[in-house]
Design a protein around this ligand. Structure first.
Ligand SMILES: Nc1ncnc2c1ncn2[C@@H]1O[C@H](COP(=O)(O)OP(=O)(O)O)[C@@H](O)[C@H]1O
Ligand SMILES: [Mg+2]
Length: 360
């Protein structure tokens, strides 16, 4: 999407604290530019002072780290103290439901299984531990990864996410590790990989079970040794990232089948978070339905979110949601687009998959 591409210079400019670049970019877009992007730019500019201060402290920390000639890996931006870790662990155990949920403002959940996930995250997020997130497709793995970053001491550093299933092997290697100039035909300049982009922040690799065995080996070395070697580069580069990964495949099962390296499996899994499927989250379904309905109505310019007939709700509850929250999100968007705004959503407004799956 063009606004995604357009987001890149914004992120770059933000990192550099260049309010001037942002306003220039906004001018360039002109009044006809994508409204959402213009709105984001306005917000970013308004937050300019805070951002510039954060960027300045990042830059100062980076300069200090680079000046460290010992070659030792730099420390996280602000390492948590033992007291802070103890406080996080205590909060994780004792927080009441409202306090707990307030730490995850973008994640709609109140079911016991999700609250247990929240407590685990509160405890492990501030540590630098490697975390693997398991869960079926659409259960919110990416969202959970981001909240771990936001609750960590690296929150002012970059958060970089990559989906390993989205690239063929040769491309994925240079996406992750970068390449030097002339490393292969078409590599007309040096390019930083995701590991370097995530320096002093968090790197999240999604669908890590889809990596080829050669890349698994390279990833293992990066995690073990804390350094990477860009494609075609002669010298390794030190990295300082907190590493998160996710898979909708059972990695232990892949190990048994010889498709995933056991040593990498253990490297990735000191902390394992398992996201329950939507069908095991009880009334979270209704909370999500409300939340997603409001969101879909707003996005499509409908003044009011839809209401649902009791029979429709019964079918939605009975359906198994193999695509989890993402599937519910799509179903809601469909209902908002197609159902008559003047009446509650009837079973006949549901998609044929949901009706058939719920036995209607
Ligand atoms: N508990 C939740 N509350 C609100 N939105 C959610 C929740 N879980 C998932 N979503 C939304 O559902 C979509 C799929 O989530 P995502 O994190 O991409 O899933 P996964 O990575 O497991 O496939 C995203 O748009 C995400 O924002
Ligand atoms: Mg995902």
């Amino acid at each position: 999407m063009s606004s995604d591409r357009a987001g890149d210079p914004v992120r770059r400019a933000l990192k550099l604290g260049l309010a001037g670049v942002l306003s220039e970019y906004k001018d360039e877009l002109g009044a006809d530019g994508p409204a959402a992007l213009r709105h984001d730019l306005d917000e970013l500019l308004a937050a300019g002072a805070a951002t510039a201060a954060a960027a300045a402290s990042t830059a100062a920390a980076r300069a200090a780290a680079e000046a460290d000639s010992s070659g030792a890996p730099a420390l996280p931006l602000v390492a948590p103290t033992a007291a802070e870790l103890a406080a996080a662990a205590a909060l994780a155990e004792t927080a009441d439901v409202d306090t707990l949920c307030a730490h995850f403002p973008k994640i709609v959940a109140r079911s016991p299984k999700m609250l247990a996930v929240f407590r685990l995250i509160l405890k492990v997020a501030p540590t630098d531990a490697t975390v693997v997130i398991h869960g079926e497709s659409g259960t919110g793995k990416e969202q959970i990864a981001r909240s771990i970053h936001e609750l960590s001491s690296r929150k002012h550093g970059p958060y970089v996410a990559e989906n390993c299933a989205a690239f063929p092997e040769s491309l994925l290697e240079s996406e992750l590790f970068g390449h030097s100039k002339g490393a292969f035909t078409g590599a007309d300049r040096m390019r930083k990989g995701r590991f370097q982009m995530a320096d002093r922040g968090t790197l999240f690799l999604d669908e890590v079970g889809d990596m080829s065995s050669a890349l698994q080996k390279k990833l293992l070395r990066a995690l073990q040794e804390g350094e990477i070697r860009p494609v075609g580069a002669s010298a390794p580069i030190k990295i300082n990232v907190r590493f998160l990964s996710a898979s909708n495949k059972d990695l232990a099962e892949l190990v048994k089948k010889g498709l995933f390296r056991e040593d990498l499996f253990f490297r990735l899994s000191p902390i394992k978070i398992v996201l329950p499927p939507l069908r095991e989250r009880g009334d979270d379904l209704l909370l999500l339905l409300d939340h997603l309905s409001i969101e879909a109505a707003r996005k499509s310019g409908r003044p009011q979110p839809p209401t649902y007939a009791p029979e429709t709700l019964a079918l939605l509850r009975r359906y198994r949601w193999p695509g989890n929250v993402r599937e519910l999100q799509n179903e809601v968007q469909r209902m908002v687009a197609l159902a008559d705004p003047g009446r509650p959503v009837e079973p006949r407004d549901l998609s044929s998959e949901v009706r058939a799956g719920a036995g209607a």
